[in-house]
Design a protein around this ligand. Structure first.
Ligand SMILES: [Zn+2]
Length: 316
């Protein structure tokens, strides 16, 4: 493929990204995290909530993250306060739409970035591009659970995958060895920050219609079942709701209910009672994530039931 086209595609895919973080210990699993020498992994935390662990935590304070003043001493006698939580609340997954070499170039030299890049090589390497304590520029104009500009509150992972750049109706699959990398990496991040299952999202979820990644072939269900990462519905609930599907999908009542349900789960969609363009875009994003076999923006019985089952499980 023409490199210029690839680069342009990549830039257009990534151009609106922007990011964030707070943080803790480094990842030391099977995969090696390659760090740019500019960055230093932080091995400590100053955000532990349990005050009974004061002593231990004070020992772990990263001295680099405490104000150093000429005339005063910063005391840690009352550290840490119990009223605090993580700055990182969301984990956003992307595909790059360009190859590994170009991805590294674009994500490190252009005005777009991500904390991690998962290449498409069958090796043991994952690249760290932005320290987790810093904001990466990956999400752009985005919204989830009423919060905008998710760069401020998220960790972003770019996965090397060509998406549908080869053909609009064909999405490139993710090799199993790459999903294993994504699985371990996301599991580590989710556990360290205590990220809620429903806050593990795709770029398409937080920017419906504007971004398609990580696309309908990304195995969200596998991530849930094999790594405990992200949200997935219970089949028994889905079957239950299938029996309750109203079938009259044209009424204002039905559309309003769908829009409210999507908002309740986290999507941003105006409640108009009309199946408008924005609503359809959100439904397509929802289907790509939870019912990827068919993502046409039509609320059929299965789509409706999955949406209801998810809210029953995660937002009762
Ligand atoms: Zn993206």
């Amino acid at each position: 493929m023409n490199l210029n086209r690839l680069l342009l595609t990549g830039i257009s895919c990534l151009i609106f990204l922007s990011g964030c973080a707070s943080h803790k210990a480094p990842i030391k699993k099977v995969y090696k995290i390659h760090t740019n020498q500019t960055y230093k992994n932080n091995t400590t935390s100053n955000t532990t909530i349990n005050s009974t662990q004061n002593k231990n935590n004070i020992d772990k304070i990263d001295k680099n993250n405490i104000a150093k003043l000429k005339d005063y001493k910063v005391s840690t006698d009352y550290f840490p306060s119990v009223s605090q939580d993580e700055r990182v609340r969301f984990l956003v997954l992307h595909y790059t739409a360009i190859n590994t070499e170009l991805s590294l170039k674009v994500l490190t030299q252009k005005d777009v970035s991500a904390h991690y890049l998962v290449n498409d090589y069958d090796d043991k390497t994952i690249n760290l591009l932005v320290d987790e304590t810093k904001r990466a520029w990956h999400a752009g104009v985005s919204s989830w659970k009423g919060l905008d500009n998710l760069n401020f509150t998220s960790i972003g992972i770019e996965i090397v995958n060509l998406g549908n750049t080869v053909s609009p109706n064909y999405y490139a699959p993710f090799p199993e060895y790459q999903i294993k990398k994504v699985g371990q990496l996301t599991q580590d991040i989710v556990n360290r920050y205590g990220i809620l299952p429903t806050n593990v999202v795709g770029h398409s979820d937080i920017a419906p219609g504007r971004k398609p990644d990580p696309g309908p072939l990304f195995p969200w269900k596998q991530l849930y079942t094999e790594y405990g990462v992200g949200a997935w519905y219970d089949d028994v609930d889905k079957v239950l709701f299938m029996d309750q599907f109203p079938w009259d999908t044209t009424s204002t009542y039905f559309v309003t209910d769908v829009q409210n349900s999507l908002n309740k789960y986290g999507y941003k969609v105006p409640v108009t009672g009309i199946m408008d363009t924005q609503t359809k875009k959100v439904i397509i994003a929802f289907q790509m994530h939870f019912r990827p076999e068919k993502y046409d923006g039509t609320v059929d019985a299965e789509t409706w039931s999955i949406l209801k089952a998810l809210n029953k499980k995660y937002n009762p």
